[in-house]
Design a protein around this ligand. Structure first.
Ligand SMILES: O=C(O)CCC(=O)C(=O)O
Ligand SMILES: [Fe+2]
Length: 295
């Protein structure tokens, strides 16, 4: 069987190197993706919520021994740094923003899709949790494969605890981003994304993967986030999950990546005074958040 391993690059690898390995294998481990200080701060932020969150109730996919905490950008400043980590976001841009063109009258206009932060979730797999079924995360958008032109998603899983085969490290099938939609994934073809806390797995939405079984006595904790093509529907509904006061405090780039910006292809605008305007303008209008007043 052609089971490939996952390669590891260091946190100071270039975006080009990371993109090359991801295009070849579908995923790559980045050692020391975040500093120990960032890891400490993330652990503290996430523990507050994980400790207050019950395990899931879905035995099929989400797991009954697994805790999942989303709304991460609303809850942790350090998570904003992770979302804007240059190696993550620049890799996502390099892979997702493949240009194309459209005709508008006699103008042939080159355009590239924007990206959006589609999901943020801390996933804590507890002892006794079995294997998650293998899946492609771009299945949420019913993405078809193989795709020679356009990937839908680039995702990160930051190890908050060490990830080992025994404690449920994410299981990945390297190379499966090139498979068609008929081929069924099997656990025998997977490899565990083993890595130290602070390292991260970067992978494509087209790669088959799933949470591993935790046969250890301690939880396995990871923080996952994904950038998607901005013309797909957000997986996590940030508009309803993050209070407007919090959105106002975020860096402008983060606001846009959460959907508070019209895309270059004109999606997501709001009407203000009869004009199609950028939703980021609303954030500067105090009356916008007053219930019943509108704008
Ligand atoms: O927790 C993991 O290792 C992976 C989880 C996952 O792939 C998912 O929930 O979509
Ligand atoms: Fe997944």
């Amino acid at each position: 069987m052609d089971t490939r391993k996952l390669s590891t690059l260091s946190g100071d690898a270039s975006v080009d190197q990371v993109v090359e390995v991801i295009r070849r294998d579908g995923g790559v481990i980045i050692s020391d993706f975040i500093s120990s200080q960032t890891l400490m701060s993330l652990t503290k932020d996430l523990d507050t919520y994980l400790n207050a969150t019950p395990c899931g109730v879905d035995p099929y996919f989400a797991g009954t021994q697994t805790r999942r905490v989303a709304r991460i950008i609303g809850r942790s400043d350090t998570a904003v740094e992770v979302a804007l980590n240059p190696l993550f976001i620049d890799t996502a841009r390099a892979i997702l923003q493949t240009p194309t063109h459209v005709w508008v009258g006699s103008d042939r206009i080159e355009m590239a899709p924007d990206i959006q932060l589609s999901i943020t979730q801390a996933i804590q797999i507890g002892p006794g949790q079995g294997l998650q079924p293998l899946h492609r995360d771009d299945a949420t958008s019913l993405w078809r494969h193989p795709q020679y032109e356009r990937e839908a998603r680039v995702q990160v899983m930051v190890a908050i605890s060490d990830f080992t085969e025994e404690n449920g490290a994410t299981r990945v099938i390297p190379g499966s981003h090139k498979w068609d939609d008929e081929r069924m994934p099997t656990q025998e073809e997977t490899v565990p994304a083993e890595m130290k806390a602070g390292s991260a797995l970067l992978w494509l939405g087209s790669v088959y993967h799933g949470g591993g079984a935790n046969q250890s006595a301690l939880p396995r904790t990871g923080l996952t986030m994904a950038y998607d093509l901005a013309f797909l529907r957000l997986e996590e509904n940030h508009f309803l999950s993050i209070p407007i006061e919090r959105v106002r405090q975020l860096p402008a780039e983060m606001q846009r990546l959460l959907g508070w910006g019209a895309s270059t292809t004109l999606l997501g605008w709001v009407e203000i005074d009869g004009q199609m305007r950028d939703p980021q303008e609303l954030l500067g209008m105090p009356e916008f958040s007053e219930p019943g007043k509108g704008f």
